[in-house]
Design a protein around this ligand. Structure first.
Ligand code: CP
Ligand code: NVA
Length: 338
């Protein structure tokens, strides 16, 4: 497998074999690190990290992953570069492409990261856009595999409950379809996947084992292995949307009653984080003042009971993002044992 020089912009740009290779490479890099045997494959490489939205996990995963592989990073926050305000995306891409070996971009419309990639001349990686969150999906699938001994992704049934039109909702559907999973999207009609995303996902299932179900009925969690949720209002969306989303999504909270509906005593819960599961955040407290609710997309007791896997997901952001950087930048592509 050779992904040298490739961009990492969205799941739809990859074959199942390429995607699987990235997961296996992440597993290998994680093993190497855990045994103190990590070999640095990115010595002398320079990496630009553009963040037009805030981040904890993604930024740290790129910075630590790059550092551990011997690369240097420059972080550009939403206010400290000219991008978009005084300089076009195309011009910024051509500048950074002459200085850096790879560029990460987190921001708004997908067309910005696509344009960056078109002009940069070096690999560009999507660290989250309004439409897609592909590095998150590698981490989530690695986590599901690690918690499903003896299974492949094609054996796993995943329910995504909540705002299914978010970047994470879109990416769960497409990456699950790509890898032959059974994916059930459970969401009120207003927040179900757009026809374009659903069509793209359905096309992927043509030659694999994937099964896709879209429903507003919570009974659809019956028999699944994993339940996944994300915040009800995403970065970049107006905060006025909270009122409408709370009304629509309150019944879709991931709580003990929903887990019981799965009928699976071994049910596991995923969350990409950050999560609103208590009042220890500013937004949580504001929403509490307006609605009286103490927990939002996920109940606090469920979050804490499943904290091990949720934080394993967060850790896996680092191993998988490291794999994306290594696979696309290393001159000799690493082979991995399946
Ligand atoms: N899951 C995720 O992307 O987290 P950050 O927003 O902290 O990067
Ligand atoms: N849908 C969320 C994901 C955060 C990682 C957002 O875009 O804010």
């Amino acid at each position: 497998m050779n992904l040298h020089g490739r961009h990492f912009l969205k799941e739809l740009d990859f074959t199942a074999a390429e995607w699987q290779y990235l997961i296996e490479l992440a597993r290998e890099l994680k093993r190497e690190r855990a045994t103190g045997m990590e070999r640095q494959r990115l010595i002398g490489k320079s990496i630009a990290l553009i963040f037009e939205k805030t981040s904890t996990r993604t930024r740290c995963a790129f910075e630590v992953g790059a550092h551990e592989q011997g690369a240097y990073t420059t972080y550009l926050d939403p206010t400290s570069s000219q991008l978009g305000h005084k300089e076009s995306v195309a011009d910024t891409a051509r500048v950074l492409g002459r200085m850096f070996h790879g560029i990460e971009y987190r921001g708004f419309g997908q067309q910005r990261v696509e344009e960056l990639a078109a002009y940069a001349g070096v690999p560009v990686w999507n660290g989250l856009t309004d439409e897609w969150h592909p590095t998150q999906m590698l981490a989530d699938q690695l986590t599901m595999l690690e918690h499903s001994p003896g299974k492949t992704l094609a054996d796993i049934k995943l329910a995504y409950v909540g705002d299914a039109r978010s970047n994470v909702g879109n990416s769960v559907l497409i990456s699950g379809a790509l890898m032959g999973m059974e994916v059930r999207i459970i969401s009120p009609a207003e927040l179900q996947p757009s026809p374009q995303v659903l069509d793209a996902a359905t096309r992927l299932t043509g030659d694999n084992t994937a099964e896709l179900h879209i429903s507003d009925d919570l009974e659809a969690v019956s028999g699944v292995d994993f339940i996944y949720t994300d915040v009800w209002v995403s970065m970049g969306e107006p905060k006025e949307l909270w009122r409408e989303r709370l009304e629509l999504l309150r019944p879709y909270q991931v709580n003990a009653a929903l887990l019981r509906r799965s009928g699976n005593p071994d049910i596991k819960v995923l969350h990409c984080l950050p999560a609103y599961h208590d009042l220890d955040t500013e937004i949580g407290r504001q929403l509490h003042a307006e609605t009286g609710m103490n927990e939002f997309e996920i109940a606090h007791d469920v979050f804490e009971r499943h904290a091990d896997i949720i934080f394993a997901q967060a850790e896996n952001r680092m191993h998988t993002i490291k794999a994306v950087m290594v696979a696309t930048l290393e001159d000799v592509p690493p082979s991995v044992s399946e």
